[in-house]
Design a protein around this ligand. Structure first.
Ligand SMILES: [Zn+2]
Length: 85
């Protein structure tokens, strides 16, 4: 079966969302509010209701990886950074 994970659809508006920002850093926080996971994703926006989601994830890194600290430092300076728990 062929799959397509790049297509993002707004359930409310029943229309395809548009990729409006590529390579947004996304930091996931643990229960203590500390960063433990860093990924890059694309922001998809619904052209009708303007709802936004992060789609098309890539380059995942966990806090135990050596490169994590350097990438996190750069991500924290990015104005488009998204954090979530
Ligand atoms: Zn919508």
């Amino acid at each position: 079966m062929q799959t397509d994970w790049t297509k993002v659809v707004c359930v409310q508006c029943k229309t395809e969302m548009v990729i409006t920002l590529i390579g947004t850093p996304v930091v996931e926080l643990d229960a203590y509010g500390e960063p433990y996971n860093l990924c890059y994703g694309d922001v998809a926006t619904c052209p009708l209701c303007m709802a936004q989601v992060i789609a098309r994830w890539g380059s995942p890194m966990h806090s135990h990886e050596e490169k994590f600290a350097a990438h996190l430092e750069a991500a924290l300076k990015d104005k488009n950074l998204v954090t979530f728990k």
